[in-house]
Design a protein around this ligand. Sequence first.
Ligand code: ZN
Length: 255
Amino acid sequence: MKRLHLLYLPLIALAASCSDAPSPQPASASASVAETKTDLASLLAPDKSTPNSYDAHLEEAPDDNCERIHINTIGPLRQVFNDSNHVQLEAAQALGIEPIHSTTDIMMLRKGLVEVKSCPEYYLDELSHSFPFLVPEAAALVKDIGRAFNDSLAARGGGAYRIKVTSVLRTPATVKRLRRVNGNATEESTHAYGTTVDISYSKFICDDASQPHRTFEDLKNLLAEVLNDMRSQGRCYVKYEYRQSCFHLTARPNK
Ligand SMILES: [Zn+2]
């Protein structure tokens, strides 16, 4: 909640600039643009003021004595999860915010972006090209996916693992930077709408090596089962990204 108060500061500034009082002019246009970008990044930065115990985890998952688990085969993942950017974009535009170009666009947060952070259901990676905010439906979806993953793993013999969320909300500026290094960062990114996350399928977080050890291959296929269920329920679209080793998924509006 504290974070949201900070995010509302630009609203106050905006309201002030609408009054009759003369507003200070920027020294130069380029200085103003640079300042705006900095402000935007800092306003959307994760709230690190309170330590989060769910950020803690083992540095490496144990890969010895792994016990295999039962997996329900759903088919080749690239074919099963092949929802196009076009359908994901339609859902993102129906459910999400307007892409955030400037600090004044943060007014859109009034529509209810929520901050996401590591929790029992998932681990939020250090974000380099995105910010930890989602619309409530997408935040709930990720929690539900993590919970279903944990429950399914417990039902098949257990293990202390969490899924890892690697990308969340991007602004058009971060999409542009990312496109230089990542061919999958499409021009019109669904990540800009607060409806979309990437969940790694090559890395999982291990919290306790004293519990049964699992292979990442089994955990990947278990996660795929969960995503297949969520997708069948009409809750999301999913794309299997092979270059980034992640599932790219977009929450869908309720019918
Ligand atoms: Zn993605």
